[in-house]
Ligand binder design. Structure first.
Ligand SMILES: NC(=O)c1ccc[n+]([C@@H]2O[C@H](COP(=O)([O-])OP(=O)(O)OC[C@H]3O[C@@H](n4cnc5c(N)ncnc54)[C@H](O)[C@@H]3O)[C@@H](O)[C@H]2O)c1
Length: 312
């Protein structure tokens, strides 16, 4: 039975997991190679608490269930489920997974938040690879229910199923991916959009603000209820996807998209950084996060009503 969660690496994503697990009454023990992050985490728990409590109908988040330690070995000693969130880099993760495998209990499940690295590669030197996998979440982890559970070549299905059950117990909607692929599912799609956006900015056709607007007022409004495929089914009129493919299929041959990323030159980086800075209108990341969080809570409550109609 999963009772204690170890969160390893406590930046943006690790902190998100801490909040979600605490909100579901799990005991959480956290470790980061930077021993001074505890204060920041507590501040973030306090900032995010009102939104989490509203979404999950909780009275309070019990900070007594949270422990921050400065030793990886101690963090892993009694953990039943380990969620790793260190910097996205093969070398860092492979080295860390080696240590995690060494200190973890024999029956612990080990999951990585990686955004697209192959599990077989990051767990190459990890003991007990049958119990390892990716559990890729979305930011903010404490409010977004999505998690992609990706198996490596040595992962055993029974442990994927255990992880699936655990993620469900913290109000997530896992998608199981049994055959690993770089970028998994959502980030592969996001990355395509991101690359095209960078090309458009690089070539001077639009600002970051206009590109964001193009998504916010059109595709983005629909996407939280229906993904690309069901949306395009409607775009085909009464005949649905069949007519959609007949009408827009030929456009696949037009040179609309480039997909290969542009060079991240100084000019492009500075356009993207100054563009988003001006979009922020002097608000801090924490201030914008709170606006986003309130929106996400209300949106999910609204979405529930329409999801029930759509998926029944
Ligand atoms: N930021 C996102 O939107 C997002 C979304 C989904 C998944 N992820 C994935 O989550 C992971 C973490 O991303 P993040 O955005 O939180 O990064 P981050 O930079 O905010 O945090 C990374 C943390 O890992 C710590 N760290 C580095 N090496 C370590 C080690 N050996 N042992 C322990 N701690 C170590 C760092 O000190 C830092 O606190 C990455 O794999 C990333 O791809 C990120």
């Amino acid at each position: 039975m999963i009772k204690k969660i170890a969160v390893i690496g406590t930046g943006v994503i690790g902190t998100g997991w801490i909040i979600r697990c605490l909100a579901h009454n799990f005991k959480v023990i956290a470790y980061d190679k930077d021993p001074k992050l505890k204060k920041k985490i507590i501040e973030e728990i306090r900032r995010a608490s009102p939104f989490v409590k509203k979404l999950f109908n909780k009275k309070k988040i019990n900070l007594k269930n949270f422990q921050y330690v400065t030793s990886l070995e101690i963090a892993l000693k009694d953990a039943d489920f380990i969620q790793e969130n260190a910097t996205e880099n093969y070398k860092i993760k492979t080295k860390l997974m080696n240590l995690i495998g060494k200190y973890a209990k024999n029956n612990a499940i080990i999951s990585s938040s990686s955004s697209g690295l192959l599990p077989t590669k990051i767990y190459l030197k990890c003991r007990n690879p049958a119990r390892t996998m990716i559990g890729h979440p979305f930011n903010p982890v404490y409010l977004c229910p999505g998690v992609e559970v990706v198996a490596g070549k040595k992962t055993k299905t029974k442990f994927l199923n255990k992880a699936n059950k655990f993620y469900k117990s913290i109000s997530m909607n896992p998608i199981i991916v049994k055959k690993e692929l770089p970028g998994y599912l959502a980030d592969r799609l996001q990355e395509a959009l991101w690359r095209e956006g960078l090309h458009i900015i690089n070539e001077g056709y639009a600002t970051t603000k206009n590109l964001d607007r193009a998504i916010e007022d059109g595709p983005g409004l629909r996407w939280s209820l229906m993904g690309t495929f069901l949306t395009f089914h409607l775009a085909g009129g009464k005949l649905g996807m069949k007519h959609m493919l007949e009408q827009f299929g030929p456009a696949l041959k037009l040179p609309w998209t480039k997909l290969k990323a542009p060079k991240l030159s100084k000019k492009l980086s500075s356009r993207v950084i100054s563009g988003t800075k001006s979009q922020a209108k002097g608000k801090s990341v924490a201030m914008i996060s709170s606006i986003r969080d309130e929106y996400l809570v209300n949106l999910q409550k609204l979405r529930k009503k329409y999801e029930d109609k759509l998926r029944k």
